[in-house]
Design a protein around this ligand. Structure first.
Ligand SMILES: [Zn+2]
Length: 182
């Protein structure tokens, strides 16, 4: 695919990443594409859903499989704004994704080049991988998100203080005598 087509699809993933940030999640967005048409959309919803598996790629893969009626997505390409983690790299391989295009590298958790190499994980299915597409845009979204979160942490006090405050706001148990039916 030409680089301008890659950039056009990565911009769609970036829009989804911005949605994650608005909902309080680390901004990562993904799209699954087949014949130039988006068949799956995803954004990180880990906080929103309190589910460690709700990464952008997982949501986009699930949506694509539902829409196409197949777990096998070997004629599909996945675009994601951040280098996939080990879980998502595994799912990408399991789904037989044809090619993976990502934006920024994730030095702490990325499983394409950073902490693991996707080619080593994909033993019997080769995924074409291309990184660095609109990486700067993706990085700016992430840095902006963490900068704002640090600022609001400072305004709110530490995480421990916030937790104590939240706990103190939990309603006291109703007096069982008052609560008991007459
Ligand atoms: Zn992931």
């Amino acid at each position: 695919m030409t680089s301008s087509a890659d950039e056009r699809l990565m911009r769609r993933a970036l829009i989804l990443a911005a949605r994650a940030a608005r909902q309080g999640d680390v901004p990562v967005g993904a799209v699954v594409v087949r014949d130039g048409v988006i068949v799956g959309r995803g954004y990180n919803r880990r906080e929103q859903r309190q589910d460690a598996t709700e990464h952008a790629e997982m949501m986009a893969l699930r949506q694509a499989s539902r829409r196409l009626g197949s777990w096998r997505l070997d004629d599909c390409d996945l675009y994601v704004t951040l280098e996939p983690c080990v879980m998502c790299a595994g799912a990408i391989i399991q789904a037989r994704i044809r090619s993976l295009v990502y934006g920024a590298q994730d030095p702490k958790a990325g499983a394409c080049v950073s902490i693991a190499n996707l080619a080593d994980l994909a033993h019997n299915h080769a995924v074409a991988v291309k990184g660095g597409v609109l990486a700067q845009e993706s990085r700016v979204l992430l840095l902006d998100f963490f900068r704002k979160r640090r600022a609001s942490d400072r305004a709110d006090g530490s995480k421990a203080q916030r937790r104590r405050r939240a706990l103190s706001q939990v309603p006291q148990q109703a007096n069982p005598e008052q609560a008991a039916p007459k």
